[in-house]
Design a protein around this ligand. Sequence first.
Ligand code: NAG
Ligand code: NAG
Ligand code: NAG
Ligand code: NAG
Ligand code: NAG
Ligand code: NAG
Length: 361
Amino acid sequence: MDTTHLIFLLFFAASYSLSSGSADSVNVYEDFVRCFKNKTGIPDKELTDVVLSRTSVSFSPVLRAYIRNARFNTSSTPKPSVIVVPRVDSHVQAAVICSKTQNLQMKIRSGGHDYDGLSYVSTNNTLTVKAKLRALYLGKADDVVSMMAKEFPELGLKKEDCKEMTWIQSLLWWLNHVDVDKVKPEILLEREPDSAKFLKRKSDYVEKEMTKPELNRLFKKLATLNRTGLVLNPYGGNLNATAANATAFPHRHKLYKIQHSVTWTDAGPEADRLYVGNLRTTYRIMTRFVSKNPRSSYLNYRDVDIGVNDHGADSYRKGEIYGRKYFGDNFDRLVRVKTAVDPDNFFRNEQSIPTLPPKRI
Ligand SMILES: *[C@@H]1O[C@H](CO)[C@@H](O)[C@H](O)[C@H]1NC(C)=O
Ligand SMILES: *[C@@H]1O[C@H](CO)[C@@H](O)[C@H](O)[C@H]1NC(C)=O
Ligand SMILES: *[C@@H]1O[C@H](CO)[C@@H](O)[C@H](O)[C@H]1NC(C)=O
Ligand SMILES: *[C@@H]1O[C@H](CO)[C@@H](O)[C@H](O)[C@H]1NC(C)=O
Ligand SMILES: *[C@@H]1O[C@H](CO)[C@@H](O)[C@H](O)[C@H]1NC(C)=O
Ligand SMILES: *[C@@H]1O[C@H](CO)[C@@H](O)[C@H](O)[C@H]1NC(C)=O
C-alpha cells in the first residue's frame, strides 16, 4: 500500500499524492473525520464546513481560491484528500494531531506572492530590452525630486514623473490599477481572483556592482529571449542594519535581489517547456554576475530547481543544498532548532529544514 499522503492545510488538507484512487480518498476522509470529531467534539452540521472531502461542493472553490499559478490548476495536478478550513485554534490542533496519527502529510497553505505590477525589464518581438524604474517614496513629490537632483542627477527625475497618493492607493497602483482615483481600496479585500496565469519565478542576489560593459552584454543576451524579465529590488539601507545572523533571513548585505520572471497564457506542455526553458537560460546567463558558493536564493520565491527533498535517508544532505541557498550559515542553527522541536520531521515539505542525521555509533 502506498504510504505517501499529502495533507494540505488551508490551512490544510490531506491527500494521497500517488495513484489517488477515489476509494482511498474516501477512507482517508472517513478516518480523518472520526479522529477530528473525537478531538474537537464538533457538531455534524459545522463539520461539513470545516473538514471538506473531495465530493464536497466547497472543495474545488476552496482549493482554487488560492491558486495563483495556472500551471497548478489542471486536472492532473494532485489534489488533497481532505481540506481543513479551521475556524478556531482547536481545529488546527486537532488537524495536526489527526494527520500525524493517520500518517498523512500536512501542507500549510501559503498566502501566495503577488507578482503583478512590480518594476521589470522585459523583451518584445522586436528584440529590444525595455527597462522601467518604479519606486515608492514615503513623502512629498517636491522632496523626492530635490533629493534625487542631489543624489542621482543622471536620472533627471521631474515632478511630472511623480504621482502623489495615499499609501493605500499605492498598493492599488502596484497591483496595476493605474488610475488609483477611480478604484476603491476595498478591491484589496477580494482574495479570490477568478483566473491565474502560468508562471515561473527564480531568484538571485547580486553582491558586486555590474560594470557598464557587463550590463550591455547582458542586455544583448536578454534580447534573444522572449517574455523573461528581471526585477531588481535594492537591498542594503535599513535592511542591512540588522545582523545577518539575528534572524533566519541572511541576505541583508547584498546589493540587490533579482527576481527572474516569466508569465504566459497558453496552456500545455509545449508552452511550459518554452517559457520555463527561457527563464532557466536567463538564470544561466546571470551566473557570473551573482552570489556564489552557494548561489543564494530568496525563500519567498519558491524554486524547486535549486533542490528538493524526499526526506529519505539522505534528507540532511539534500536539505543542505537548498537550505544554504535560502538561509546561508543560519541553516545550521535552523537544523538544530528543527531537530530539537520536530525530531520526527512531521512538518515537512519539499524544501523544509531537515533534521540532523542520526549519529553513527
Ligand atoms: C474520544 O475518544 C476517547 C477514547 O475512545 C473517548 O474516551 C472520548 O470520550 C472521545 N471524545 C469525544 C469528544 O468523542
Ligand atoms: C517593442 O518595444 C519597443 C520599445 O519599447 C517599442 O518601440 C516597440 O513598438 C515594441 N514592439 C512590439 C512588437 O511590441
Ligand atoms: C482553475 O481552473 C478552473 C477550471 O478550468 C477555472 O474555472 C478557474 O478559473 C481556474 N482558476 C484560476 C485561478 O485560474
Ligand atoms: C521568440 O519569439 C519569436 C517570435 O514569436 C520566435 O521566433 C523565437 O523562436 C522565440 N525565441 C525563443 C528563444 O523563445
Ligand atoms: C551592509 O553593512 C556592512 C557593515 O555595516 C557594510 O560594510 C556594507 O557595505 C553594507 N552593505 C550594503 C549593501 O548596504
Ligand atoms: C552573530 O554574529 C556575531 C558576529 O559575527 C557574533 O558575535 C554573534 O555571537 C552571532 N550570534 C549568534 C546568535 O550566533
